[in-house]
Design a protein around this ligand. Sequence first.
Ligand SMILES: NC(=O)c1ccc[n+]([C@@H]2O[C@H](COP(=O)([O-])OP(=O)(O)OC[C@H]3O[C@@H](n4cnc5c(N)ncnc54)[C@H](O)[C@@H]3O)[C@@H](O)[C@H]2O)c1
Length: 320
Amino acid sequence: MKVLVTGGAGFIGSNIVDALVARGDSVRVLDNLSTGHEANLADVAERIEFLKTDLRDAAAVMSACKGVDLVFHEGALPSVPRSVDDPATSFAVNALGTLNVLLAAKECGVKRVVYAASSSAYGDTAVLPKREDMLQQPQSPYAADKVHGENLCRVFTRVYGLECVALRYFNVFGPRQRPDSAYAAVIPKFVDALLRGEAVHIHGDGKQSRDFTYISDVVKANLLAAEAASAPGQVLNIGAGGRTDLLTLLHEIAACLGVPANAVHGPDRAGDVRDSQADIGLAQRILGYNPNTPLSTGIAATVKWFRAQHAANARERKLS
Ligand SMILES: NC(=O)c1ccc[n+]([C@@H]2O[C@H](COP(=O)([O-])OP(=O)(O)OC[C@H]3O[C@@H](n4cnc5c(N)ncnc54)[C@H](O)[C@@H]3O)[C@@H](O)[C@H]2O)c1
């Protein structure tokens, strides 16, 4: 099967690429390397086609979709604070970029598009766990743009018969997630800071909670979504189904590293939601999705990857 992965040089995209290559698919990656890295594709570089292309370039996206059976659309600027700083670029990449992918997929006869939607669609609801039939209440430009993308997916299935499935990811973490951006997710930031012997920075009291979902479960969800007969037109939660607050998370990571759990608290962050937890019942029924990585196992694998990265960086510094 010929598969296009947009954002394939990123954290989630590159892990999907690995799984596709391992099962023998012919893989094309579209990425402009704005937040992604070619190093994420180093192990499979000889076996994939890489297009350094921008999602905002409709003609280039159209040509990337030629001859493709299946698209995993992971490409985006995936950050709430970045979108608050620059909502126009967030809209151009996340919303219009998704329209470009769907138009190209329709035109090129792609059989199915699996779209990386976001749990940020729910906003700051008091009701937990969050279910797909709850109101969309985006609280940031990023969340609004991702909701626009999933609405387009629904519409393209209904109006044009293009099979689209939107997966609302809940705080994905694991190897290859970067700590070195102002917009980085919390787990890589915590692991990286503690490995350097620094205190972690927490916005607010640290009692805000998230449904941390390990990358291998998210990759499995994507492969299932590409096949499941009743998935087209659906928006499905992809989480672990649990909830952990940041202070508990910090202590888990510190214990795994064998270091003190030092934290510095700052003000709350604009656009952030307080609590998040997925109801994964619909994804279980429609996809047969069954996340099976406990948080502690995921943290251990992530810490192992970070230790290897730090060791490799230290070797490089010594040589130069
Ligand atoms: N990581 C999470 O917890 C999470 C949660 C919800 C949704 N998502 C969604 O999952 C997808 C993947 O996120 P990730 O965590 O792997 O982030 P990432 O930043 O590692 O990956 C995004 C990729 O998209 C590429 N990209 C960005 N702008 C582009 C453009 N204009 N043209 C082409 N490529 C472009 C980047 O270079 C990068 O490789 C995103 O759509 C994101 O919105 C992620």
